[in-house]
Design a protein around this ligand. Structure first.
Ligand code: SIN
Length: 311
């Protein structure tokens, strides 16, 4: 029997596929849709402390090879997601879910994380260090000094399982420097990658999204090679206790297979989920299982991280 079961931080999941934060996760209705699909779990929209309107529309556009977005972290505020998750963990104690969050400032990030720490939340927390879309706010994880400082401050009080969502890196030295920082902390996972920040998509003579004169994060087919490179670079460099979630360019079971081959323990679907809806989880799972069957693999551990090199 071929299985796509996985585990992150000791929590078991029936399927290694889930949504990427930002897609199908703003409202409880959307989260329920992912929860009740073939996905193994869900992650919430990145929560800030309070409700956030985000950037003006149009701010998300599907395009032939992927998507471009400049959402600007619209969300219903921490309490909306936390209350739902606390309720859910009573109703479905055998399942584990992810809460994504970040503050609009380091101070706000600490306020949010302290609330989560003090709450009864038993799931996984994903600290988003990579949103490229809030005007005037840089992608945190491109600033190694700030990232190091935030993590050292966070782990002084946060004892629940925590991972970080990363932007793509493009230089081997940056993989080395980033991994050296992450290896100092008891992180449970890193999620590679968020969108490739600040691309431009043009139709006729115009940009297609309003915020930032059309600059936005690129997802979908465009980004798979970059996503795979980041998954594998961190798989090679991080302490084995820090697992990898692979995100970026997952359209098919073959794409998910490649993320796992590069070292991912969980695979997130963003642009494809936006284009196709939650039935994408069924299709991609079946395609992944068909590849595993053909190759004689029974579970993810049979091939996870076993990317072959040319001598
Ligand atoms: C956004 O809300 O702008 C997208 C979220 C992200 O890229 O982290």
């Amino acid at each position: 029997m071929v299985s796509t079961k996985t585990q992150i931080a000791g929590f078991a999941f029936d399927n290694c596929l889930m949504n990427a934060a930002g897609v199908a996760c703003m409202t409880i209705e959307e989260l329920e849709g992912v929860k009740n699909s073939a996905a193994g779990t869900f992650v919430t929209k990145t929560a800030t402390l309070d409700f956030c309107q985000g950037n003006p529309e149009p701010r998300y556009q599907d395009v032939p090879l992927g998507s471009i977005n400049s959402m600007g972290l619209p969300n219903n505020g921490l309490d909306y997601y936390l209350d739902y998750l606390l309720d859910l963990q009573e109703k479905e104690p055998n399942r584990t879910f992810f809460l994504s969050l970040v503050g609009m400032s380091p101070e706000e990030t600490h306020t949010i994380l302290k609330k989560v720490q003090e709450s009864e939340f038993k799931g996984l927390t994903e600290l988003n260090l990579s949103c490229p879309n809030v005007p005037g706010k840089p992608q945190i994880a491109y600033d190694f000094e700030t990232t190091d400082r935030i993590l050292s401050e966070v782990f002084a009080y946060f004892t629940k399982p925590l991972g970080i969502k990363l932007p793509p890196y493009f230089d081997i030295v940056h993989f080395d420097q980033a991994a050296a920082i992450f290896n100092k902390y008891p992180l449970k996972f890193v999620n590679c990658v968020n969108s490739i920040g600040n691309g431009l998509y043009i139709e006729d003579e115009s940009v297609v999204i309003r915020p930032k004169n059309g600059f936005g994060g690129i997802g979908g087919e465009y980004i798979k090679p970059t996503a795979l490179a980041n998954v594998h670079a961190f798989y090679q460099r991080l302490n084995p206790q820090i697992q990898i979630i692979g995100t970026g360019g997952v359209l098919t079971g073959r794409d998910a297979f490649e993320h796992i081959l590069c070292g991912a323990s969980m695979v997130q679907v963003g642009t494809t989920l936006h284009k196709e809806g939650v039935c994408a989880f069924d299709r991609i799972t079946n395609e992944l299982k068909a590849i595993m069957t053909e190759k004689g693999y029974e579970n993810l551990e049979d091939f996870r991280g076993k990317l072959r090199y040319i001598d």
